[in-house]
Design a protein. Structure first.
Length: 82
């Protein structure tokens, strides 16, 4: 299934992925984990704002479809779609 993303939806999906990757990195590091709230406050704010701008706040199903589309490699010689 092809998902067409608007620029705001793409930005929201990418912000969500940055938050997810930052969260994984912070929680995997025993030195950073105790201060997770400090390290994650900026990526959380960025993702929240991007989700609101794209009209995705509270629409997890659509967000996860968009995130899948952003992470899915393009068919053919273009490489990953980002």
């Amino acid at each position: 299934m092809t998902v067409t993303l608007t620029p705001l939806e793409r930005a929201a999906a990418q912000a969500y992925l940055r938050l997810l990757e930052t969260t994984r990195a912070v929680l995997a590091d025993p030195g950073l984990a105790p201060m997770a709230a400090v390290h994650l406050s900026s990526p959380m704010a960025e993702a929240d704002a991007a989700l609101r701008r794209a009209g995705l706040a509270g629409n997890e199903e659509r967000l996860l479809r968009l995130v899948s589309a952003v992470r899915m490699p393009c068919p053919g010689p273009g490489g990953p779609r980002r």
